[in-house]
Design a protein around this ligand. Sequence first.
Ligand SMILES: Cc1cc2nc3c(=O)[nH]c(=O)nc-3n(C[C@H](O)[C@H](O)[C@H](O)COP(=O)(O)OP(=O)(O)OC[C@H]3O[C@@H](n4cnc5c(N)ncnc54)[C@H](O)[C@@H]3O)c2cc1C
Length: 487
Amino acid sequence: MAESASQKKNVCIVGGGPSGIVSLKRILETSSLTGKIIEQKSDIGGIWNYNRDKKFTASTRNMSGDTVSPDPENTTTMYDDLRTNIPYPLMAFVDHKYQEENMSTYPAQSKVFEYLQSYAKRFNLWPNIQLNTSIVDIRPDNPSAPEGQAGKWIVETHDLKTDTFSTDIYDAVLICAGKHSYPYQSPIEGQETFKGSIFHTKYYKSAQDFKGKQVVLIGFGLSSADLTLQLAETAEKVTVCHKSPFGANFGLVPMNCRETNEVKRITENGVITLDDEVIPCDAIILCTGYAVKYPFLHESCGISVVKEKYIPHLYNMSIFTKRPTLCFVNVCYRSAEFITAEIQARYAISCLEGKTKLPTYEEMEAALKEDEAEKERKDLPLTLWFQVGESFGTEALPHFFKLAEKIGIGEDYKNGPLLTQMYILLVGRLVGHLAVYRQDKVRKINENTWELIMAPSSGKKAERIMLTMNPDNTLTTTKEEIEDETK
Ligand SMILES: Cc1cc2nc3c(=O)[nH]c(=O)nc-3n(C[C@H](O)[C@H](O)[C@H](O)COP(=O)(O)OP(=O)(O)OC[C@H]3O[C@@H](n4cnc5c(N)ncnc54)[C@H](O)[C@@H]3O)c2cc1C
């Protein structure tokens, strides 16, 4: 039986990015929950809400102390001319598609923002979204309750327009605050002596700022790969210094870009690598990833992030075992995040509704301890502890599709094998085929069949790959060499 509005449990959603809006949509369609997004910026969309000229100043309430970035000028991590690094079919929620017509396989940031806006409009989410409001404090209303016992939450907010604070009580909290706000940096010897400009990727905004410059990027990852392509257009020279576990294999990078060894020291004029190569440069960009921080979680919540990377006690990377009415959405790295965030949100909501029964506190803790011990045994760096598998994210989708099945929503992800294969084939091209991967194309033939055209690279001809879901939920993949159709 449906609950009346006042009987419904009230869920606070921290953040109105993709994870927040899909969580709200899924909450509003339940019969026992209601909820509200609280978003600090003047619009939804998370990092996809980008306008270079529109500055945002976060609440300074949580900006003091050593553990939090002292920089309240919290622009999004986006930059000009960003195009996605994942093809658009892998950046969609299950029941809302992109307009296929004239759609670029790797669309611009503005297209993704439009998609998120159209999602919020279509599912009538706006009445439950509060903008320009920062969550500044969350704490359990009964901090002395035994661990493992669910309870309510006291949430304090800062209205950034009126500069007023208020407090509300919620039955549950979903943390959808993203993981790309706080630059992760460990100081490099000599950094303070450098006479050029040195900054983290978060503050990179346009390749035009580097016309004719020599630039060193420190770190290997999606950001440095993308910046390499952007800077190749304007900079005189781009050098990527890294210790990638994948090996130095950007592949076919433009002529003015190259990769080399990790940086040992920074000097007045440039960097020195581990093998003593001296590289003079005008600018150094630290592509060192992001730190995980939740300055609004009061210490009585019992969350302590290990080395700014790993949050212990999150069952299935989501449910806080000590107080299971606090859940996290999308802390997992390297996946098709729109898809996996939606499944995680639906999982957390199903647990809050009581439809999915959680194991006991002791059982969840034991499972987590076992998982952590395994990661320690494998000597995995903490950066991989919130990743499924150790490769480039290829195991994440199958893992979450299984979770979907377990909570009874597997039917929605019947095309999971097709999406997984699309991820493996296309996202896999980022390593080794960097310069050409955005020339690849996807095209929907019908609900069950997609065509992939892979651009020629490394002496290989172009390829047409057909992915077809069969009635028995298996996938057929066919490949043929073709003349280049990507131009
Ligand atoms: C440069 C870059 C490029 C990327 N490219 C891709 C891509 O091509 N494809 C892809 O799938 N993923 C990409 N990602 C990953 C990105 O994480 C996801 O696309 C997606 O934005 C995650 O959504 P989210 O809602 O979890 O987090 P976010 O988009 O970060 O949204 C979090 C929201 O929470 C709000 N918030 C945080 N703290 C508070 C608070 N205290 N009070 C109120 N509101 C708060 C923030 O203002 C923000 O709006 C990229 C990431 C970066 C950094």
